[in-house]
Design a protein around this ligand. Structure first.
Ligand SMILES: C[S@@+](CC[C@H](N)C(=O)[O-])C[C@H]1O[C@@H](n2cnc3c(N)ncnc32)[C@H](O)[C@@H]1O
Length: 259
């Protein structure tokens, strides 16, 4: 039986509605079924029509609400009914977003699909707290790493670990801060390497803590996080500034001492 169902795998950005792309907005406005992640905000969900079926398939850390297999099956079932399905993911679908698993499953079931990019949390954090991810002569690469792998282990053998010119951004890693700190020090990174810990990047409630690598685990331990968290390690993060409002009230001498 022919169907014209279609699945758009869409990046919602890190939470704030201002980060939704025009492409994502158009896909949301014409969605007939919406399968969304836990990190997608209410504001963004409200861009879809009221009559659109909205199902949360979100995952937060170990708390699985819907398994990946069920999400895959749901996408296919809704598309086979002839619906325009939006699979809405936090940030960018291609960054720790399991997008390839979903695309392969759709293809195995003969469902047409397209992917729309979104702003990844690291880019939103860099904009919100005014630091570069790469910086000429100082940070020549940026690596996105995860502290949560399929088998639960964190693999810190990447070649950029001991490169002082590499920026490292750790997703899903706050629970592994002590291991990250000791591994990077062991790999030869300086104790003074700047670090940032950013919660709720790109959202009005976004918060940043700054310090040096040998203090990373302590800084994370002393924070009580309620939102998603990124860790940044590398000299580029030394340029981080608190938000504009706070920066305006800082005396110039303090500002220049921030690096
Ligand atoms: C499954 S990954 C998804 C990443 C997403 N695809 C992206 O591009 O940002 C979830 C992790 O991304 C990070 N993350 C997502 N949104 C964030 C935000 N607004 N602020 C800080 N970290 C965020 C956190 O480390 C969180 O545990």
């Amino acid at each position: 039986m022919p169907h014209n169902g279609f699945v758009s795998l869409v990046g919602a950005g890190p939470g704030d509605i201002d980060h939704v792309t025009l492409g994502a907005l158009k896909a949301l406005q014409t969605a007939q079924a919406l399968l969304y992640d836990a990190l997608v905000s209410e504001d963004i969900l409200s861009l879809a029509p009221q009559r659109c079926v909205k199902i949360c398939v979100g995952k937060r850390g170990d708390r699985l609400s819907v398994s990946q297999d069920k999400t895959n099956a749901l996408m296919v079932r809704l598309a086979q009914k002839g619906l325009q399905v939006v699979r809405l993911k936090g940030g960018d679908p291609s960054v720790f977003g399991r997008v390839e698993e979903e695309r392969l499953y759709l293809e195995q079931h003969g469902i047409d699909h397209k992917t729309l990019p979104g702003v990844t949390a690291a880019s939103a954090a860099a904009a919100q707290f005014s630091f570069p991810l790469t910086h000429r002569g100082e940070a020549r690469s940026v690596t996105f790493l995860t502290g949560r792998t399929k088998d639960g282990a964190i693999d810190l053998r990447h070649e950029s670990l001991n490169d002082p010119m590499a920026s490292l951004v750790f997703y899903m890693s706050s629970h592994n801060a002590a291991h990250i700190e000791s591994s990077l020090l062991k790999a030869g990174r300086s104790k003074q390497t700047p670090v940032v810990i950013i919660e709720n990047a790109g959202r009005p409630e976004g918060q940043m803590r700054t310090g040096a690598l040998d203090d990373l685990a302590r800084l994370v331990d002393h924070a009580a996080f309620s939102g998603p968290v990124l860790l940044g390690v590398g000299s580029a993060f030394g340029y981080a500034r608190q938000t504009l409002v706070q920066r305006q009230v800082l005396p110039v001498a303090t500002r220049s001492g921030m690096r």
